[in-house]
Design a protein. Structure first.
Lengths: 67, 647
């Protein structure tokens, strides 16, 4: 029906991923903050995963709309 | 009180973005809602992968997420039987054998199928009980979530309840079933991607699957340390799915026997739920063609099979972490309510003057709060208070600190709290809210359809214009949500009332599959047989409950109030046997009554509704690997492999 669902899903995860990865990048020296996530900068890494997933949904949907 | 987690701007931004997008989907779909068929059935135009993920998501309410982790902690990997013995075979059966009749009959709902197959009586019975159940189910789930958010985040109960409901209301009102389905897909990804990092971090922390198995083996021999059970089990009780089951009810923490598990849960309850519940079937009925409708549950079965990793494993990990006391982690204790404090605090204060022995005092205070308390801790509190009277606040926190009963429902959030830095925290909480909203939207859309088509149009106002029914649909959506909120408040005030209602769900659900399986696959089944069979089956489950009880319970709401004919080792065993009994009564009675009464519908009328009278379906898919039968066989094969892997 009308709306391609990949569009909102892709947009949302691209935005959330960028937000999370961005904040992870800015706080990359903050050992106290990442102590609880086992000293992994989980915001940066998981943000990148979400960003990749978002783009994977978004790009094919945009290409399809163009054609 | 567990320490509250405070959220930062980034957590709120993620939450806000999510809300913005689900509401946005509702508004984007508004212009497509032209007829009532668009609003209630999505105009039957949705691709299979979308309906498939929605099928799964609608069932994945907050209760499932929270409850499965709780069961994972209490019973270990045996909880997976809800998936690998229960859900998957039932979903395959629905896709291959039942969807052709639901979709092909052009019925708009499951109760309407019953009307086409039998008559009005059974439709009325089914739609009424279904309407009640969806409203109450949604209310119970809302109460559970708002309570959890209040306990762990310190959020206001009313605010979280009303805001979450308002978001769901807006997008369902705007885009009807389509927007519920579309947001369910978005919510599905949100739930998976929001919880996956938490599971990854906690599994890494507990030392991987190998180490977890090792720790759980120690827990199984000594579950009393964590207050999991008073019995002891073989070392593999938490980590093998079948071996503890073969040892009989005494050898597994669920207290269940093989037959009840395979027949009661695997066959009766699971097939009854997945194959007849309109909440999930509605998603498949919105698919764009027969092939897509049949593939819907099959597509849903793929992630469903892997879901134990996301929902059951965290519970097991929490037990492992708590046993080794990793970084001071312990299972969340049950929270003492403010009304319980009001009774308990004076007792503590009086104990200073009455010089009661610590054992007797602990017993009295435990009874007042209704939770087991640690005797040494209460003794210490009484001593402190006797030497130097403590403030009321200090007494309260000491009582909460002495609680030794676990709040299994809090496990998921306790892991989120332990592992998530700001940022990921927002994502995980959004995932929790998403699961809650998807379940609620599922209930609301199923409720408004059944009300409008099966009750309002059928009995109250037939022959009105389509616009009239569409307006009715919108009104009843608002009413449905308000009723759910009311039920949430009832649930928060009267625990007992909710136990009774959940019991009634059990009574209604247990025999239902017998009616459907006979109706769909045996043309001789008559309307009288089906109606009275179902009625008797429902009565039989109530009677079964009234005459059986679980070891350790007193007769009353937990059963046995008429007489105690049979005692079961656990509530779950009682439940599964109840289902088995009700199913058998309904099946046998429907069969006998059908043979004794005359058919009221001709073969021609039953075409498309009964297996033997419907022309064999020609698969329209060109590629053999897209055919439902092939997909179903692959799924079942993988499912068998899973069972062997965790034997």
């Amino acid at each position: 029906m009308g709306l391609d669902i990949r569009l909102p899903i892709g947009m949302m995860f691209t935005l959330i991923g960028a937000l999370l990865a961005g904040s992870g990048f800015l706080t990359r020296g903050d050992d106290a903050m990442y102590h609880r996530s086992l000293d992994i900068n989980i915001n940066l890494w998981w943000g990148i995963v979400l960003l990749a997933f978002g783009l994977l949904m978004l790009i094919p949907a945009l290409l399809k709309q163009k054609n | 009180m567990p320490t509250n987690i405070s959220l930062t701007w980034i957590d709120y931004s993620i939450l806000f973005l999510y809300c913005l997008f689900v509401i946005g989907i509702g508004f984007a779909l508004k212009r497509y809602m032209k007829t009532s068929a668009d609003f209630f059935m999505s105009g039957r135009s949705i691709p299979a992968w979308v309906t498939g993920l929605a099928f799964l998501s609608a069932n994945l309410g907050a209760l499932e997420l929270v409850g499965m982790a709780a069961s994972g902690a209490k019973y270990g990997i045996m909880t997976c039987h809800f998936y690998w013995v229960g859900a998957i075979p039932a979903m395959v059966f629905l896709g291959i054998f039942m969807m052709p009749f639901y979709y092909g009959s052009k019925a708009r709902s499951v109760p309407e199928y019953l009307k086409l197959r039998f008559d009005e009586r059974i439709r009325c019975f089914n739609s009424l009980s279904f309407a009640f159940m969806t409203v109450f189910a949604s209310g119970i789930s809302m109460n559970a979530l708002a309570k959890l958010l209040h306990q762990l985040l310190g959020w206001n109960y009313d605010v979280s309840l009303w805001i979450c409901s308002a978001v769901v209301l807006v997008y369902v009102l705007k885009g009807g079933l389509t927007s519920a389905i579309y947001t369910e897909v978005l919510q599905f990804f949100m739930i998976v991607l929001g919880f996956a990092p938490v599971v990854y971090l906690s599994l890494k922390d507990v030392g991987g699957w190998g180490n977890l198995k090792h720790t759980l083996a120690k827990v199984a021999v000594d579950p009393a340390t964590l207050d999991l059970s008073t019995k002891t089990f073989a070392p593999d009780a938490w980590t093998s799915a079948w071996k503890p089951l073969l040892g009989g009810p005494g050898a597994n923490p669920m207290g269940i026997d093989l037959f009840a598990m395979v027949f009661g849960l695997g066959f009766v309850l699971s097939f009854g739920y997945w194959c007849t519940n309109f909440l999930v079937v509605q998603r498949a009925m919105a698919a764009r063609n027969m092939g897509s409708a049949r593939r819907t549950p099959l597509i849903a079965a793929v992630p469903k099979m892997l879901f134990p990793v996301l929902v059951i494993l965290p519970g097991m990990i929490a037990v492992g972490l708590a046993y080794t006391n990793k970084d001071g982690y312990h299972l969340p204790p049950r929270a003492v309510s403010s009304s319980a404090y009001a009774k308990a605090v004076p007792l503590v204060q009086e104990a200073a003057t009455s010089k009661l022995a610590p054992a007797a005092a602990t017993k009295a205070i435990s009874e007042a709060v209704g939770i087991k308390l640690s005797e040494p801790k209460i003794a210490a509190l009484l001593k402190d208070n006797a030497t130097n009277p403590l403030s009321e606040k200090a007494i309260k926190s000491a009582i909460q600190g002495a609680v030794i009963e676990n709040d299994y429902d809090g496990i998921i959030l306790s892991l989120v709290q332990k592992y998530c830095p700001p940022g990921l925290l927002g994502l995980a909480l959004t995932a929790l809210l998403a699961s809650f909203m998807s379940g609620m939207a599922g209930n609301v859309t199923a409720f408004n359809t059944v009300w409008t088509y099966d009750l309002y149009q059928a009995y109250i106002a037939p022959n009105k214009t389509d616009a009239h029914y569409m307006a009715m649909g919108r009104i009843i959506t608002v009413v449905g949500i308000l009723l759910s909120i009311a039920c949430a408040y009832v649930a928060s005030n009267y625990n007992n009332a909710m136990d009774i209602i959940q019991l009634v769900f059990g009574f209604v659900n247990a025999p239902l599959f017998a009616t459907f399986v006979l109706g769909m696959f045996w043309a001789r089944t008559t309307a009288h047989g089906a109606f009275f069979g179902l009625l008797a089956g429902t009565g039989a489950s109530a009677l079964f409950h009234a005459t059986t009880i679980t070891a350790g319970n007193v007769p009353g709401i937990k059963g046995g109030y008429l007489a105690v004919v049979q005692t079961f080792p656990s509530e779950m065993a009682q439940n599964f046997w109840l289902a088995t009994f009700a199913f058998t009564v309904c099946f046998v009675l429907t069969l006998t009554l059908s043979l004794a009464t005359k058919r009221t519908k001709t073969d021609e009328e039953l075409k498309g509704l009964v297996y033997s009278l419907t022309p064999k379906l020609v698969d329209e898919e060109k590629s053999w690997f897209l055919r439902p039968a092939f997909l179903g066989c692959v799924l079942l094969a993988v499912c068998v492999v899973m069972n062997f892997l965790f034997w």
